[in-house]
Design a protein around this ligand. Structure first.
Ligand code: HEC
Ligand code: HEC
Ligand code: HEC
Ligand code: HEC
Length: 363
């Protein structure tokens, strides 16, 4: 990862506190005005903030497995799948729950938001009562979006006689766009998937950390190195036969998308900080580090959108009790991230090749 290790090590905690948490608010009119445009739903692309999967729209991995058996097989061996059976048995989990007065880890929204997938059941069956149930750990839909609304569009190739192989490129493009509009976090726009990761791997919950003692997020998380190892499941090109490694160009784009998504998510995490405690200090440090990483990427890849993202980061104050400004900034970064992943620069990304984590670093 070495992109900015120097910056991090130099940035000691005291200095950071002085600069960030206790700094003066610098609300620039321009940012507020631009963010208003970002929040306006009539503009072309509305901001896509990652959320826990809506239980009423969750259909479960079983709906994917008939076409995606190899992906499911990879997934079933990951901590994302295993957390379903393991988490509530772990002493550390029980300890966190008891500090927060939570009786059932599997039923408390607090833990379910990131450790489980919930589904609403309307029709009572022999083994399920009506209501909301945790049906899996972190599942397909946790990362790719709850599928009730998009599944049909996802495999509609344009008519009864059209197959995946005879579908026109225009239809494919429209189909992917339509699925995204219906809530799919489709890796064709990899920022949308990066946002899923960072929503969970940045613990934006002050009480869970300060009172419960939960970690303040996966501090070493990096989109490339955490997505290309054990969780990697790219079988589409080989029709399910081989888990194909992502190309260097793909990884470069994912790297930049990850850097932007980390800036977005850490700004949202700092937005939740109200006291100068473990949570506030840790998420502020992480935000500063992600901003430094962004700056470094922007200086190497010549793209005005990255310069704009740096400017947004530098304009907002990484400090306590600054929710509105930080969330506005995060919304603006999200828009840039979605646009960047949709229309990557024609050239220049290869400038970051040597910073993209290599295979030996993949988890
Ligand atoms: C009827 C078969 C079918 C079902 C059911 C299905 N998929 Fe797919 N999916 C495909 C095929 C085929 C592809 C390969 C790319 C293509 O042709 O669109 C694909 C591609 C994808 C992709 C890659 C992005 C893309 O759009 O090409 C993702 C992500 C994905 N599927 C997720 C899911 C998830 C999650 C589910 C369950 C909620 C699911 N799929 C259910 C057939 C299906
Ligand atoms: C914002 C998302 C989020 C929420 C909410 C959350 N967790 Fe976690 N939790 C994570 C992530 C991500 C990890 C993996 C952390 C890492 O990489 O170090 C984790 C790790 C853990 C671990 C350590 C797992 C291990 O490998 O030993 C425990 C225990 C735990 N969580 C318990 C809980 C409990 C109990 C709750 C509810 C009170 C909860 N978590 C709520 C995201 C969350
Ligand atoms: C719904 C929340 C959620 C989402 C979305 C999510 N994760 Fe996780 N992830 C977790 C939790 C919780 C754990 C820890 C599970 C445990 O140990 O019980 C975890 C663990 C992991 C691990 C194992 C870490 C280790 O130390 O072995 C990797 C790797 C990982 N996640 C990568 C990713 C990537 C990459 C993405 C996005 C593509 C992602 N995660 C999206 C919640 C999530
Ligand atoms: C932890 C988050 C996460 C989970 C859980 C997850 N995916 Fe993915 N998925 C990703 C990421 C990230 C990519 C893009 C990886 C890349 O291009 O290197 C991806 C890519 C895909 C693709 C396209 C692969 C290709 O060959 O281009 C399909 C299909 C897919 N996922 C289906 C599924 C299915 C089905 C499940 C559930 C069994 C699932 N995913 C679970 C994060 C996740």
């Amino acid at each position: 990862m070495g992109l900015h290790n120097k910056t991090i090590s130099k940035m000691n905690r005291q200095r950071w506190l002085a600069l960030g948490l206790i700094g003066t608010a610098l609300v620039l009119g321009s940012i507020a005005a631009a963010a208003n445009t970002a929040a306006n739903p009539s503009t072309k692309s509305a901001v896509s903030v990652a959320q826990p999967a809506d239980p009423s729209k969750v259909i479960g991995n079983d709906a994917c497995v008939k076409c995606h058996a190899p992906e499911q097989a990879v997934w079933s061996k990951t901590p994302h799948a295993k957390t379903f059976d393991e988490l509530h048995r772990r002493p550390e989990a029980k300890q966190i729950a008891s500090k927060l007065g939570i009786e059932s880890i599997k039923h408390s929204g607090r833990c379910v938001n990131c450790h489980y997938t919930q589904q609403s059941v309307n029709t009572v069956t022999s083994n399920m009562s009506a209501g909301v149930h945790a049906i899996a750990g972190v599942s397909c839909e946790s990362c790719h979006g709850p599928a009730r609304d998009w599944l049909e569009t996802h495999h509609n190739y344009g008519g009864p006689d059209v197959t995946r192989l005879t579908e026109s490129p225009e239809h494919r493009k429209q189909r992917v766009e339509a699925a995204i509009a219906l809530g799919m976090r489709n890796p064709n726009n990899v920022y949308l998937v990066a946002q899923s990761c960072y929503r969970c791997h940045t613990t934006a919950d002050e009480e869970l950390v300060n009172v419960g003692g939960h970690s303040a997020g996966s501090l070493t998380f990096d989109f490339v190195s955490w997505s290309q190892g054990t969780i990697h499941h790219n079988f589409v090109e080989s029709d399910g036969k081989v888990n194909i490694p992502s190309s260097p160009e793909r990884l470069q784009l994912m790297f930049v998308a990850g850097v932007l998504a980390e800036v977005e998510s850490t700004m949202r995490a700092v937005a939740k900080a109200t006291t100068k405690d473990n949570y506030g200090v840790t998420v502020a440090q992480r935000a500063a580090r992600s901003g430094a990483r962004l700056k470094s990427v922007a200086s190497k890849v010549n793209d005005p959108r990255l310069d704009k993202a740096v400017k947004i980061f530098e304009t907002v104050s990484i400090k306590l009790n600054n929710e509105a400004q930080l969330n506005k900034g995060a919304d603006m970064i999200a828009k840039i991230g979605v646009d960047f992943a949709e229309n990557p620069p024609a050239s220049g990304l290869e400038q970051i090749e040597r910073f993209v984590p290599t295979k030996d670093k993949w988890k």
